[in-house]
Every structure is written in structure tokens, then in C-alpha cells.
Design a protein around this ligand. Structure first.
Ligand code: KIV
Ligand code: NA
Length: 279
């Protein structure tokens, strides 16, 4: 398969073929996402919570994001890569944001960056995109602002909020973003926003009328314990937790019973060496 580019993504959009995006936080998870045919791979700051065990995404730094982005970039030579700018790395000024975006490209080896926010980030988005860095917007539920939003909750639920969501998405588009993530938005509203835009919308918890979908790989594979909190929109397409747990338990059993390592795992010594040691 040929590498995915801005142009091939645009072609999917104009052909109305849903764009597939998935997060990856390290080398093996990026390899598998690409092998499964993901158009885009996002090194999301969900990394903070699902891979690093932090309480929320505000804790992860740009330096940490870059370490993980680099690992993903080593695997992703076909999927189009997006590096999330973490909280604190782009809000101060368009100049600060551009400096962070450049680091994500040069050091993180990503092909594009993503940041959260609407109209208020338009000047920042314009600064980055006019410097030649492709950018993915992110409106609706913006987890980096969870404390201002009053937690993780559905967005755009009143006339005023739906109107400002639409304005935000349009501002992000007009500032030069090549696509925009719509998170936690009722399906009908996400559909209206999608119809009003000229760039693809990538939904997460936004119904199936958006131009594409994104999920957090660790959530959709069921990698965490079944009792861990999961938003309503997540579907577990696999049960990696049970599968891994069973594998590690079998390892434990076989080590304690000395069934493992078996003869086929062992290196043979030269009999003369063994004899010499025993003498
Ligand atoms: O951080 C992340 O994984 C994201 C996606 C859920 C869109 O921003
Ligand atoms: Na994110």
C-alpha cells in the first residue's frame, strides 16, 4: 500500500469513504494499527492516562509526548501521523505554539500536529498551518479543559452551545486545519457540523455521520481491566486484558512447575565444556 498523504485523505473525504484513525503510543501499537490499515495514527495525549497512569492529560509534557511520538514514527511509514500538543505547550501565544509544533515535527518525527480549541485558537492554528505544518483541530469535548467544562460530558446540547460548536469548527477550518476531531457531540449535531464544513470531521462519541472515526487503541482493544471506566461511545473490539492475563498466568504456572523452559528453548553445550566444569 502507498503512504497516506493529505491528498489521499482528501480523496477519501470527497469520495465519502470514512477515514479511519486510531491512537498509538509506542512502536508495537503503531505497527499493528498500520498493518490493520489505519489511514491515520494519532499519538494522543490520552497517553497520559491510559499508558502512563496519570490522573489526567494535563500532567504529560511535550518532552514526554515526543519520546512516544518518535517510537510511533519509527513504525508508521504508511499511515499519516498526528502528534498531539499537550496542555501548556501552545496556549501562551501563537509563537509558543509554533515552537512546540516544530519540535513535534523535527524531534517527534510526526507529519502533523493536533491541538484543542475553537475560535479562540484561530490565530494560533493559522500561525502553525501558514508555516507549512498540517494541523488537526479538536472541538466539542476537549479533555485538556476538563476542569473548565465540569468533567467529561456531552457537548453542544443547547442551541447556544451547538451554535458555538459550529462556529468553533468553522473557525478551525478557516484558520487552515485539514481536518477536525469532534468529541462527545450528539449524532445529529455532529452531522450538521460535518455538512457545514469543507474539511473532514473525525468523530469520537459523535455518531456515524462524521467523515471518519477515531478511538483510543488501549480502550477499543480492551487492554485495561474490564471494570475500569470507559466512556459510553467506546466499543471493545477485543479483550486484550483477559488474553494477556491468561498468558502471564500460564507463564507463572509453567515456571513454578518447571514445565518452561522446555528442551526446545535450551542451548546445548559442548560435552567437553561440561566435563571440564565438573572435573
Ligand atoms: O488524546 C487522544 O487520544 C485524542 C483522541 C481521543 C482524539 O485526542
Ligand atoms: Na488528546
Amino acid at each position: 500500500a502507498k503512504p497516506v498523504t493529505i491528498h489521499s485523505l482528501q480523496k477519501l473525504y470527497s469520495d465519502k469513504v470514512p477515514i479511519t484513525m486510531l491512537t498509538a503510543h509506542n512502536y508495537p501499537s503503531a505497527l499493528i494499527a498500520q498493518e490493520a490499515g489505519m489511514d491515520m495514527i494519532l499519538v494522543g495525549d490520552s497517553l497520559a492516562m491510559v499508558s502512563l497512569g496519570m490522573a489526567d492529560t494535563s500532567e504529560v509534557t511535550l518532552d514526554e509526548m515526543i519520546v512516544h511520538a518518535k517510537a510511533v514514527a519509527r513504525a508508521a511509514n504508511r499511515s499519516f501521523t498526528v502528534g498531539d500538543l499537550p496542555m501548556g505547550s501552545y496556549e501562551i501565544s501563537p509563537k509558543q505554539a509554533l515552537a512546540s509544533a516544530i519540535r513535534m515535527i523535527k524531534e517527534g518525527r510526526m507529519q502533523s500536529v493536533k491541538l484543542e480549541g475553537g475560535e479562540e485558537m484561530a490565530a494560533t492554528i493559522h500561525k502553525i498551518t501558514s508555516s507549512g505544518i498540517p494541523l488537526v483541530g479538536h472541538v466539542g469535548l476537549t479533555p485538556q479543559r476538563q476542569h473548565a467544562l465540569g468533567g467529561f460530558r456531552v457537548q453542544g446540547n443547547t442551541v447556544a452551545k451547538a451554535m458555538s460548536l459550529l462556529k468553533d469548527a468553522q473557525a478551525v477550518q478557516d484558520a487552515g486545519a485539514f481536518c477536525v476531531v469532534l468529541e462527545c457531540v450528539p449524532q445529529d449535531i455532529a452531522e450538521e457540523v460535518t455538512n457545514a464544513l469543507k474539511i473532514p470531521t473525525i468523530g469520537i462519541g459523535a455518531g456515524n455521520k462524521t467523515s471518519g472515526q477515531v478511538l483510543v487503541q488501549i480502550d477499543m482493544l480492551g487492554t485495561r481491566p474490564p471494570e475500569s471506566f470507559m466512556p459510553k461511545f467506546v466499543k471493545r473490539f477485543s479483550d486484550e486484558y483477559t488474553s494477556s492475563l491468561n498468558g502471564i498466568r500460564r507463564y507463572k504456572e509453567e515456571v513454578t512447575s518447571r514445565a518452561y523452559p522446555a528442551p526446545e528453548h535450551n542451548y546445548k553445550s559442548d560435552q567437553r565444556v561440561t566435563d571440564a566444569l565438573r572435573a
